[in-house]
Design a protein around this ligand. Structure first.
Ligand code: SAM
Length: 278
């Protein structure tokens, strides 16, 4: 069992790696980027969920994403340990609680503002989440302690050259045979012109958005077992769903499972830590 969970009230936030955010050797800019991201998300935290709920296409995207995640996640029991990092405002874990999942859920994030909102929501709904402040590059968890690790909407914010380091951290904390599900932004969605839009958008943002192609994503998991990839959010279906809600709901199957998944907005990669590794 991860030590951070011991003797802690369920929604208390542990100060952790945040005070001493580690830099990768010789990479000053990574440290700057982390601080910029903390500020960005601390500033956004209070309005984050409201902003996200306003846009119908975004709501459609998240409904599809959560449906797909539930369909690929390992079966859980009460003692299963599930870490969601970055937990943000806790939307995914709170969704799972609402759907009746009763396993142990730990949320980790680097931004105190996002964790604060998550703690409030968790308390309000009695969701009993365990929250900890921490950095993807140095997770506040012991080795081999986690059954399921979800990482949603983080990699696009971080330099691709550092992804192997965060994936290695997730692998370290997973128990042998444990499941990782990680979401990445798909470069091939550019075929439907969205990449241009995103490129313009990201120039205005405080950080660049990093995309990955399906073969590139696969290469990051060559030493994992049972690697699989699903697509979520085929461009155009969000718009279509606005006019044809019943059709829109069904379209997520096409997005997730057919070859056109490679044109989706994001890729969900699932992989299993080999049983022999520790
Ligand atoms: C786009 S939000 C996604 C949050 C959540 N996964 C979701 O889907 O709603 C990105 C989150 O990543 C967090 N973050 C950024 N850099 C991080 C790092 N190095 N370690 C942990 N969390 C980080 C931010 O604080 C923010 O909450």
């Amino acid at each position: 069992m991860p030590t951070l969970t011991q003797d802690q009230p369920s929604t208390q936030i542990e100060p952790n790696a945040h005070d001493a955010i580690p830099d990768l050797p010789g990479d000053r800019s990574l440290d700057d980027l982390k601080h910029r991201l903390v500020k960005t998300y601390d500033d956004k935290a209070k309005h984050y969920d409201v902003d996200r709920a306003v846009n119908r296409a975004t709501r459609y995207y998240f409904a599809n994403s959560y449906r797909t995640l539930e369909s690929i996640m390992d079966k859980t029991h009460r003692d299963s340990v599930h870490v969601d990092m970055p937990v943000g405002t806790g939307k995914f874990l709170l969704h799972l609680r609402q759907r009746g999942y009763a396993h142990r859920m730990i949320g980790i994030d680097i931004a105190a503002g996002m964790l604060g909102v998550c703690a409030d929501e968790s308390q309000k709904s009695g969701a009993d989440l365990i929250l900890s402040m921490g950095d993807a590059y140095k997770l506040p968890l012991p080795d081999n302690s986690v059954d399921i690790f979800t990482c949603l909407r983080l990699t696009h914010l971080l330099p691709k050259s550092t992804w192997p380091a965060i994936i290695a951290e997730m692998r370290r904390v997973l128990r042998p045979g444990g499941q990782l599900i990680i979401e990445m932004r798909n470069v091939l969605r550019g075929i439907t012109c969205q990449m241009l839009v995103s490129a313009f958008r990201s120039r205005r943002d405080t950080h660049p958005h990093t995309f990955v192609s399906p073969p590139e994503a696969s290469k990051l998991f060559t030493d994992w077992n049972d690697v699989r990839m699903q697509g979520v959010g085929l461009d155009g279906t969000c718009t279509l769903s606005r006019f044809l809600p019943p059709v829109g709901k069904g379209l997520h199957l096409l997005e997730a499972n057919s070859p056109v998944r490679y044109l989706s907005k994001t890729l969900l990669v699932q992989a299993r830590k080999p049983k022999a590794s520790c």
